[in-house]
Design a protein around this ligand. Structure first.
Ligand code: GDP
Ligand code: MN
Length: 394
């Protein structure tokens, strides 16, 4: 789960990490009022969407008067903002953050992530912060300093001093260390997967300040993070994924053309691999779970078919606790009710497989049956070009 910049900054502030004074608003009038209340002579108006890359896309702008703040807010709110991190359509901006503008002396990059390879939290820092950090990381990886945290002892002072020295902040090592440890504590307390501050700045007054904030949380820990769950903004998430979540389905949208309806995460992964192996691309990951009822299967079809890129559907069920005849009924029911126009490949195995296949055979529907996983993937990919037809499994 991700949150907005203004929410991340509230969390940072609560943990004693300095952020610029500001407030989120939903209208241009409120934007001007907040600018006046904040005082000063320059403000920054920042579109709040979960994606980064806003600066380069016109989603972060400076203003010298409260009127200009209102104008910028008016331009951003209600419009879609497309950045390098969104799709082409972009995300609808519903709110903007109005902050007193900071005078930047130097910009740094700072992030903490859970690194799967080392199984540790790693702190990544660079003196080359700002809007071009992706290019820096690609062209000059040595400019990204990494410090791995031993989970047994946590982030240690010497590591913070090492980072400070590496990014040219040795003269402020003490205050940097204090901040780093607060950021690390926030990361641990809230079960983060990512906490990125880009840029982290030294202001003209010499203050260290978090000018941006991006946080992602471990979905599997949300059960114990009630305060974080409150911050969830469903408008920023794929509506198909939100609906699937509501139906107890594990769905993740991808960009291929073969829709997958599978039971079990492992089998779903194997199915995606098989599709790629045979020259196709999966449109999604979908685990309907162990006790997949006909209703769940029907919901799965509905969600998968909301993706206009889906040109074929592969149903792959290995029934253990489940029963193939129930699944087959679900497939037949969904195909009839939803008037599905793309080819459907079905591979059933396990409990009551004969009954399941019989139901498919006798349905009179144009379903393509497959013998095993490989066969299913080959047929699903071939069906994209109409190269296989439905009927009884030979
Ligand atoms: P992102 O592009 O989505 O990552 O948005 P950021 O919050 O990082 O803002 C983009 C860039 O705008 C930053 O890298 C800064 O260079 C600039 N910026 C943001 N806030 C301020 C500010 O208060 N003052 C000044 N001078 N520049 C700012
Ligand atoms: Mn940024």
């Amino acid at each position: 789960m991700n949150i907005h910049e203004y929410q991340a900054k509230e969390l940072l502030r609560a943990y004693g990490v300095p952020v610029p004074p500001g407030e989120v608003v939903y209208s241009n009038r409120a934007a001007a009022r907040v600018a006046e209340e904040l005082g000063g002579s320059r403000w920054v108006v920042k579109a709040q969407i979960h994606a980064g890359g806003r600066g380069k896309a016109g989603g972060v702008k400076l203003a010298n008067t409260p009127q200009k703040v209102a104008e910028l807010a008016d331009q951003m709110i209600g419009r879609r903002l497309a950045t390098a991190q969104t799709d082409q359509e972009g995300q609808l901006v519903q709110r903007v953050l109005v902050e007193r503008a900071s005078k930047i002396e130097r910009e740094f990059y700072l992030s903490l992530i859970v690194d799967r390879v080392s199984q540790r939290i790693v702190v990544i820092a660079s003196a080359e912060g700002g809007v071009d950090v992706e290019e820096v990381a690609a062209s000059n990886p040595d400019a990204m300093h990494k410090e791995y945290v031993d989970p047994g002892v946590g982030l240690l002072d010497f590591q913070c001093r090492k980072i400070a020295t590496a990014i040219g902040l040795a003269s402020r090592a003490a205050s940097f260390t204090r901040l780093m440890k607060r950021i690390y504590r926030l990361f641990r307390d809230k079960d983060c997967l990512l906490l990125e501050i880009n840029p982290f700045i030294v202001s003209e007054d010499g203050d260290l300040l978090a000018l941006d904030g991006k946080m992602s949380f471990d979905d599997n820990a949300l059960f114990r993070q009630g305060e974080i769950v409150e911050l969830r903004d469903f408008d920023e998430e794929d509506p198909k994924e939100v609906e699937a979540f509501g139906h107890g389905l594990n769905y993740i949208a991808l960009d291929g053309s073969v829709g997958c309806i599978v039971n079990g995460a492992g089998l779903a992964m194997a199915t995606m691999d098989a599709i790629v192996l045979h020259g196709g691309r999966p449109a999604n990951f979908l685990d309907v779970g162990g006790g997949a009822s006909a209703e769940k299967v029907a919901n799965a079809f509905r969600i998968v078919l909301k993706d206009p890129n889906v040109k074929a559907i592969l149903v792959n069920i290995f029934a253990g606790i489940n029963r193939c005849d129930w699944i087959a009924q679900g497939v037949v029911q969904a195909t009839r009710d939803q008037r599905i126009e793309v080819p459907i490949v079905v591979r059933l195995a396990g409990t009551n497989v004969e009954e399941g296949r019989k139901i498919l055979d006798e349905s009179g529907l144009d379903l393509i049956q497959a013998e095993d996983l490989d066969d299913a993937a080959v047929k699903a990919v071939a069906s994209l070009d109409g190269a296989v037809a439905g009927g009884v499994l030979q």
